[in-house]
Design a protein around this ligand. Sequence first.
Ligand code: GDP
Ligand code: IMO
Ligand code: MG
Length: 425
Amino acid sequence: MSLDLLLGLQWGDEGKGKIVDAITPDYDIIARFQGGPNAGHTIEFDGYKHVLHTIPSGIFNKDSVNVIGNGVVIDPAIFLKEINGLKKFDLDLHGKLLISKRAHIILPTHKIIDATSEASKGKKKIGSTLKGIGPTYMDKTGRNGIRVGDIINSNWKNKYQILKEKHLDLISSFNQDVDLSLDLLENEFFEGIECIKSFNIIESENYLNESINNGKKILAEGAQGSLLDIDFGTYPFVTSSNTTSAGACSGLGVPPNKIKNIRGIFKAYTTRVGSGPFPTELFDSTGEKIREIGHEYGATTGRDRRCGWLDLVALKYSIQINGVTELNIMKSDVLSSIDKLYVCTSYNLNGEEINFFPYDINSNKIIPNYKEFKGWDDDITQIKNEDNLPDELISYINYIENFVKVPIKLISVGPDRNQTITRNR
Ligand code: GDP
Ligand code: IMO
Ligand code: MG
């Protein structure tokens, strides 16, 4: 009778998709609660590598039900592509995927607003994925949005036309040329709408609460990461939803007192894609080495991910905001063969040492203080038992655990579902 959460604790791409897929057998229902196709969640098994954007990462387990919650924003065109991409896996998609009536829809003009707005910002751009996320959430909070429940009614197209006209005025005010054809976008949009309509569109808050009351186990899957949260992230270089644990309640309609475990996922180092502050960023050959070995290129946009050392001040902050009860460390295999490792244990701000993640993180005045660790050479990607991991990695993990005071219960040593070590403690 409970709900567990799985959240990214950094700037996204921590490996949420891999872990959700790996632990789905422990759950009856997997539910995405926020974000949209700005997310790219990668899953690897049996030689397949698959990236999901809107569909929850439990989809590959034949017995699981997957819910796209009310807090998610859906791009019909991308949704259709995702459905087509899953056909080769012989899954009963219509039987196992449910969509909330209250989820908002990304319109073609939301994508054009995203592109023109970013272009108009020049060097100050957010580095958005240009999937129309920000403009869609703006219409949601501005009370203008179109929801999945609307498209089942025949008169929704009037509402669409009115909103589209309003958007076109806004787009022309940016005075930017972008390479997007509204006609082409609309063709794929309306095709996608028909695809969404072929699915089970429900009051998912009722379904999820009844399922909890009937003893089902639910896992809420987060997208992005805590440092991209609209309230607590590195604003304005954030996404437009609450990526933290409170977002699971508002994004699914489940009350906080039903939440049991809150699983926080973090990489053994840090990455960030897009603009914004990143105190421990590496600009040298070590940063490039991490990018190359870790294949740190965006799963949604293909952009280079910026790489840097693990930041324990930021990690502690995310743990606090989310109430994390258990940690999973990802991609520790990527650090093999790096001579010396560093983790940030405090910042200097205006000549003063601080131990918290400050409001003025965006200033250039943050200087990280580091602790040094000896690296290891061994290839750890085939190790199945914690006892066989190099001592240096165990020291690294123990230090993190002691610093943040939350147990690390899982160590990921490769992208495949099976390259996962559960700690026996
Ligand atoms: P998500 O957005 O949090 O689901 O993460 P992404 O899929 O965007 O990025 C994580 C990347 O790291 C993907 O390419 C995964 O296949 C890969 N990955 C996940 N866990 C591990 C790991 O432990 N080791 C390695 N080498 N790769 C991993
Ligand atoms: P997953 O779920 C990493 C980043 C973008 C940009 C900022 C705002 O795969 O971890 P948006 O398109 O939301 O307006 O972009 O947020 N961003 C992500 N970075 N992983 C993601 O998702 C992201 N989703 C958005 O790069 O800096
Ligand atoms: Mg990703």
